[in-house]
Design a protein around this ligand. Structure first.
Ligand SMILES: *[C@@H]1O[C@H](CO)[C@@H](O)[C@H](O)[C@H]1NC(C)=O
Ligand SMILES: *[C@@H]1O[C@H](CO)[C@@H](O)[C@H](O)[C@H]1NC(C)=O
Ligand SMILES: *[C@@H]1O[C@H](CO)[C@@H](O)[C@H](O)[C@H]1NC(C)=O
Ligand SMILES: *[C@@H]1O[C@H](CO)[C@@H](O)[C@H](O)[C@H]1NC(C)=O
Ligand SMILES: *[C@@H]1O[C@H](CO)[C@@H](O)[C@H](O)[C@H]1NC(C)=O
Ligand SMILES: *[C@@H]1O[C@H](CO)[C@@H](O)[C@H](O)[C@H]1NC(C)=O
Ligand SMILES: *[C@@H]1O[C@H](CO)[C@@H](O)[C@H](O)[C@H]1NC(C)=O
Ligand SMILES: *[C@@H]1O[C@H](CO)[C@@H](O)[C@H](O)[C@H]1NC(C)=O
Ligand SMILES: *[C@@H]1O[C@H](CO)[C@@H](O)[C@H](O)[C@H]1NC(C)=O
Length: 389
């Protein structure tokens, strides 16, 4: 400690001396900015150069310290530039990595050592300030199309060296891997999410969370847009109602698909609707029912990605309103008739057994036939109603 103090005093004295006697050997100068501000978990690059008198011989050891000159503050000083300096000028740039608020802050100074125990400390200071992390990890999303493999990247903020970053994706299940690119000293670290986009992924939120040094979190969210060929949905239908044919074609796709009715061209009235999610188109048409109308009408849907067709069955609307109650009523009738038949048959069998024993086989046949007939008629009702639905 005492040694250090003495040493600093010597340096100051020498500096004073130099001012008093121009031309003295220690003609040092440094070119560096005074103040730097960084964000927690990231890094600061300090660009710096210094000149030294000819009496100073190579190699010159350069150490950045904070407080005590014996304690280097920058573990491995990264000298970025080695060219473009004159013979008595050298680089003293450094990278302060893995910044911690309250720890990395302070005044940094440069110490030079050469020859046999020669030391010089620059009086200039570099003031480092570390603020809260505000940078977000940038997410890069390519055009997503169903069927094509997609790679989404999320970059660790700052172009620091070997960032201590954990990256977590939420919203999509896929394979993840790490990547690095860029020139040494200016590295870009990122995570790559590989997956197969599906229509369900349309409008999904994808979040990339980055934890720096296990204590500073930052995240970004994107809403995915997935392009896919039209799919004509099963809710599409056609009805003949009175002497009018009404058809509805429902198609899902991104970009929003167009709907065509090839057989019912231009003469038909069109009515188009679009879902709020912007991925479903509906086209309604209504035309006078043609005498020789086909059992199905073709609907064609098209967008940038592809074309889809569907034959929509034509139903008779007149029978439609019955559907709601006709589904359960036959079963009530069926059950009732079976119960009644059983009771009736039992009573009849008992009565007939008591009265006329010799004619028994004939009556049994009769009862059996009655039950069969009832069941057949009920079966027909069920069959008809299921055709309607
Ligand atoms: C000291 O440095 C100044 C400016 O950097 C320069 O003008 C002067 O010639 C130098 N003197 C010596 C002795 O190197
Ligand atoms: C550096 O910061 C100090 C205190 O914040 C300020 O007084 C000084 O002017 C700044 N220097 C430069 C070059 O901005
Ligand atoms: C260093 O920066 C901090 C924050 O900007 C400031 O409070 C302090 O005065 C500065 N010190 C010097 C020597 O410029
Ligand atoms: C339409 O987009 C929504 C999200 O907005 C999605 O949940 C739905 O699956 C998509 N519809 C179809 C039929 O793909
Ligand atoms: C997606 O994020 C938006 C805000 O960016 C939010 O309003 C919405 O509720 C999120 N949706 C889901 C499904 O999390
Ligand atoms: C429509 O229904 C059929 C049979 O029920 C099914 O195979 C097909 O995938 C369905 N299509 C859509 C788009 O839901
Ligand atoms: C319209 O449909 C009729 C037959 O249904 C066909 O002959 C005619 O070429 C169609 N017109 C156009 C413009 O598609
Ligand atoms: C299309 O027709 C259906 C019933 O067939 C109706 O519910 C729907 O509102 C109609 N849509 C438009 C846009 O007219
Ligand atoms: C309708 O029926 C006619 C004659 O049977 C046939 O030529 C035509 O291709 C059918 N159209 C559709 C859309 O099924």
């Amino acid at each position: 400690m005492l040694q250090t103090l003495l040493f600093i005093l010597t340096v100051i004295k020498m500096t004073d001396c130099e001012i008093l006697n121009p031309g003295a050997p220690n003609n040092f100068s440094i070119k560096v900015l005074e103040n730097f501000t960084g964000e927690a978990g990231l890094c600061i690059r300090v660009f710096c150069s210094f000149t030294f008198p000819q009496s100073v011989s190579d190699p010159i050891r350069r150490t950045w310290f904070k407080g005590d000159p014996q304690n280097p503050a920058v573990e491995d000083a990264n000298y970025f530039r080695n060219v473009g300096f004159s013979h008595n000028e050298k680089d003293c740039s450094f990278l302060l990595n893995h910044l911690v608020q309250g720890e990395s802050d302070g005044e940094y100074r440069l110490k030079l050592e050469w020859g046999k125990g020669n030391v010089y400390i620059f009086p200039q200071t570099v003031n480092i300030t570390v603020k809260e992390l505000t940078q977000k990890p940038p997410i890069k999303v390519p055009l997503l199309t169903e069927g094509d493999e997609a790679q989404i990247t999320c970059k660790v903020p700052g172009n620091c060296i070997k960032p201590l970053a954990d990256i977590v994706w939420t919203g999509i299940d896929g394979k993840t891997s790490r990547g690095v690119r860029g020139v040494p000293g200016q590295e870009e670290h990122f995570s790559i999410l590989t997956f197969h986009p599906k229509p369900e992924h349309h409008n999904t939120n994808l979040t990339c969370s980055v934890a720096l040094q296990g204590r500073t979190w930052t995240e970004s969210t994107v809403i995915l847009k997935v392009r896919y060929a039209p799919k004509i949905l099963n809710s599409s239908r056609c009805f003949v109602w009175g002497d009018e044919l009404s058809c509805m074609c429902v198609s899902s796709g991104v970009p929003l698909p167009q709907i065509y009715w090839p057989i019912l061209n231009s003469t038909a009235k069109h009515c188009r609707a679009v879902s709020t999610e912007n991925n479903i188109s509906i086209s309604n048409i209504s035309i006078p029912a043609l005498r020789n109308i086909n059992a199905s009408i073709e609907c064609v849907s098209k967008n940038l990605i592809g074309t889809t067709k569907m034959e929509i069955q034509v139903h008779n609307r007149v029978e439609k309103p019955k559907e709601s109650w006709s589904l359960s009523t036959p079963w009530i009738f069926f059950t009732l008739s079976v119960v009644l038949n059983v009771i009736f048959a039992s009573c009849l069998t008992v009565i007939l057994w008591k009265r006329e024993k010799p004619t028994k086989p004939k009556d049994k046949d009769h009862v059996y036939m009655t039950a069969m007939k009832r069941e057949e008629s009920v079966y027909e009702t069920i069959k008809m109603s299921s055709e309607r639905s």
